[in-house]
Write a protein that binds this ligand. Structure first.
Ligand SMILES: *Cc1c(COP(=O)(O)O)cnc(C)c1O
Ligand code: SF4
Length: 439
């Protein structure tokens, strides 16, 4: 068992070094309180002064950081802070949780909403970007505010959950759109909602016949694992299939408490997948990602995505180059369990969505053979099957919606996809129109 403040037998290991706190601000907490998520929430660090009281920040730095938190609030659970090592200036826990001046100084580069989620919002809080799934922001509240958050822009709207009226508009949209079969409940952190409110959301979405699966995006297993209690688990299993996507970014976050939280979810029939954000100086090394992902497999959590850090205002100090992510993928594939290998994706500016990136394994494509290379650098000639004229399989049901994408180029339905506003096509059209006697 980990040690906790208030545990008389084994005192919490005091971080050593320059910025070491003399004591944690919760020396009176009992183990019972520590394990109660409500206690964790009401004892969050919510100001730079709280933090300064903990880890010897100079008065000048305190003033500077207060200017940062005027823009982007601070919130750290005692549990998450207890994972920190204060003597390490590059501590991966502190870098994710403690504000830095770069959040403001780096503000010239990046945008508040580079993924244009707001532009793909038919009703406030609901982003419908992909054909068969949509994303709902149901609250702006998080138990911990990650400094690298992509949705930092919504923090300014206050720590409020969406009202029943706002939610009802989202439910109505999902109901009207029969093509939506997968609803992602996001935020903020949906698992910080009161259990009844979460149940209300799940129940209403479950009532919609075409909604097949519900997903919850949450960092609670990482920053507030005690929230995953029996009551919550029974609600989640009642409205299944519910999937949870969480965000472990560093092996040090995979603690006994976090494993237990994931285990409770799994026992409730909720598969847990992980979405790591690639962060400079925190986890941008193949060995850290490999260790993280194999630790997650031990907890039966599947690494799903490795996200390129978005071009959001105030995040530039966290961003790596794309080559870093591709290099990490190169170091994983073949070298460790395939289950430990996520897809590396970049969510592109302008609402283009997620694009997977990986090293090239195809060296050359010929008519009869394709030349591939493996992870060791062995180059292989792969014989293609001869075309024997037999048709491919046919699905029992016709594809749902007409497509207008690259896939149609492969099926031969269209010969080219032409960008809107192509000047040559516009000229053609004008010529046709002027030649036509009917117009
Ligand atoms: C990431 C995302 C999804 C889900 O994408 P998957 O690849 O299905 O996990 C859906 N909607 C939006 C707006 C997203 O950003
Ligand atoms: S938990 Fe998610 S939504 Fe909340 S601050 Fe962290 S990254 Fe952002």
């Amino acid at each position: 068992m980990e040690t906790h403040p208030g545990d008389d037998a084994v005192p919490l290991k005091r971080p050593k070094g320059r910025a070491a706190p003399e004591s944690l601000p919760w020396p009176q907490a009992t183990r019972e309180q520590w394990n109660d998520y409500r206690w964790q929430l009401s004892n969050r660090i919510t100001s730079v002064d709280d933090l300064a009281g903990l880890c010897g920040i100079s008065a000048e730095e305190t003033r500077l950081l207060s200017r940062v938190t005027d823009l982007y609030r601070i919130g750290i659970t005692p549990y998450y802070l207890s994972l920190a090592r204060f003597d390490d200036p590059d501590d991966p826990i502190l870098r994710q949780a403690v504000p830095s001046a770069e959040e403001c100084f780096g503000a010239e580069s990046g945008e508040d909403d580079p993924l244009e989620e707001e532009k793909d919002m038919p009703v406030p809080g609901l982003t419908h970007r992909y054909p068969d799934r949509c994303l709902l922001v149901v609250t702006n509240f998080c138990s911990m505010y990650c400094r690298h958050c992509t949705r930092k822009r919504i923090w300014a709207m206050g720590e409020a959950a969406k009202t029943e009226f706002e939610l009802s508009k989202m439910f109505a949209y999902v109901k009207r759109h029969e093509e939506i079969r997968d609803v992602i409940i996001s935020g903020g952190d949906p698992l910080t909602l009161p259990t009844e409110r979460l149940e209300y959301i799940l129940k209403n979405l479950r009532k919609i016949p075409h909604v097949e699966i519900l997903r919850i995006g949450t960092r609670v297993p990482v920053v507030l694992p005690m929230r995953i209690d029996d009551e919550l688990c029974s609600v989640l299993s009642k409205y299944g299939p519910v999937w949870v996507n969480t965000q472990f970014n560093h092996p040090r976050e995979v603690t006994p408490e976090a494993r237990q939280a994931c285990d409770r979810l799994l026992r409730a029939g909720v598969p847990v997948n992980n979405q790591t954000v690639l962060l400079k100086g925190i986890n941008d090394h193949a060995e850290i990602i490999r260790k993280l992902n194999t630790e997650l497999l031990k907890a039966k959590v599947r690494p799903y995505y490795l996200f390129q850090c978005d071009m959001v205002r105030g995040l530039s100090h966290f961003r790596t180059r794309l080559s870093k992510g591709i290099g990490i993928m190169e170091a994983l594939r073949g070298h460790t369990s395939g289950l430990a290998i996520p897809s590396y994706v970049v969510d592109v500016p302008g609402g283009g969505g997620k694009i997977p990136l990986m090293p090239n394994y195809i060296l050359s494509i010929g008519e009869e053979r394709t030349v591939l290379r493996n992870y060791e650098g062995i180059i292989v000639s792969y014989e293609e099957s001869p075309d024997d004229g037999r048709p491919s399989a046919r699905p029992e049901t016709a594809p749902a919606a007409p497509r207008n994408d690259v896939y149609r180029l492969l099926t031969g339905e269209v010969r080219a996809l032409i960008p809107a506003g192509n000047e040559r096509m516009a000229r053609r059209k004008r010529r046709c129109e002027s030649a036509s006697p009917t117009t």
